[in-house]
Design a protein around this ligand. Structure first.
Ligand SMILES: Nc1ncnc2c1ncn2[C@@H]1O[C@H](COP(=O)(O)OP(=O)(O)OP(=O)(O)O)[C@@H](O)[C@H]1O
Ligand SMILES: [Mg+2]
Length: 235
């Protein structure tokens, strides 16, 4: 469904990502991992249409969307839960969700709110709470929920587990697994390689904007040198 063909993107003359090729088929999860500054967020933002593409192509359902503005990509079914969540802290939970579904009808909005509540029961009964007053975990659930309001077929999610308690991370990953089982394609960025390898079908390791390893999650799990070689992190 999503295909990056030698994507190069960056900021002004600076290349954050160089000739990256990858594929995320329907109903599958690709985990993008790598050290700080490797280009993970830039990749997600380029797919969403928020970072300038300098070379290569972004294909979605075989259509070349490289030059499309972000809002048309949302309409096609690409939604981003960005790094740092970027919620509107002074707006309520309801209002944050409404923003996420701006391209859909009112009837669709009510249906999508119900889906989000079913996925994250912790958000139920909190529709009038200000987003900024919620816990980090609740905010992450809301950020994922807001992205789902656009009825995406591809979910881009940056730093799923960063700063969250293990129980909350479990809730988020259980939700992602359910969405994947329903056919959603997911491209996620994750610091915890353990979490990434557990949910992913395929893994891509970025180093200084280039893919230095890619393969199945199973192969990644069985390669103990991988994490140390490229990330210098403990799982
Ligand atoms: N708005 C920007 N303007 C200029 N350079 C940027 C901008 N955003 C990111 N960069 C640069 O692009 C490179 C890749 O950054 P990116 O945020 O994509 O990395 P990352 O893998 O997501 O890192 P982290 O794990 O710290 O989130 C870095 O060298 C960074 O300094
Ligand atoms: Mg990042």
């Amino acid at each position: 469904m999503l295909q990056l063909d030698r994507l190069t993107c960056g900021y002004g003359p600076f290349r954050a990502v160089t000739e990256l090729s990858l594929e995320v088929p329907d109903g599958s999860v690709l985990a993008l991992i790598g050290a700080n500054g490797a280009g993970k967020s830039s990749t997600l933002m380029a797919v969403a249409g928020h970072v300038a593409v300098m070379g290569g192509r972004v294909l979605f359902d075989d259509a070349d969307i490289t030059a499309e503005p972000a809002r048309s990509r949302v309409r096609r079914g690409i939604a981003l839960a960005p790094e740092g969540r970027r919620l509107f802290p002074d707006l309520t939970v309801q209002e944050n969700l409404t923003v996420g579904g701006y391209s859909r009808s009112q009837r669709a909005e009510a249906r999508n709110v119900e889906r989000v509540m079913a996925l994250f029961p912790r958000l139920e009964g909190r529709m009038k709470q200000l987003a900024g007053s919620m816990s980090g975990g609740e905010q992450q659930m809301l950020a994922i929920g807001r992205a789902l309001m656009a009825e995406p077929r591809l979910l881009l999610i940056d730093e799923v587990s960063l700063g969250l308690m293990p129980t909350v991370i479990d809730v988020c990953y259980a939700a992602l697994a359910r969405l994947r089982d329903d056919g959603l394609a997911i491209l996620l960025v994750e610091q915890s390689t353990q979490r990434a390898f557990d949910i992913a079908d395929t893994v891509c390791v970025l180093e200084s904007g280039r893919a230095v390893w890619s393969g199945t999650a199973e192969a990644a799990r069985e390669d103990p040198a991988l994490v140390e070689a490229y990330l210098g992190l403990a799982g």
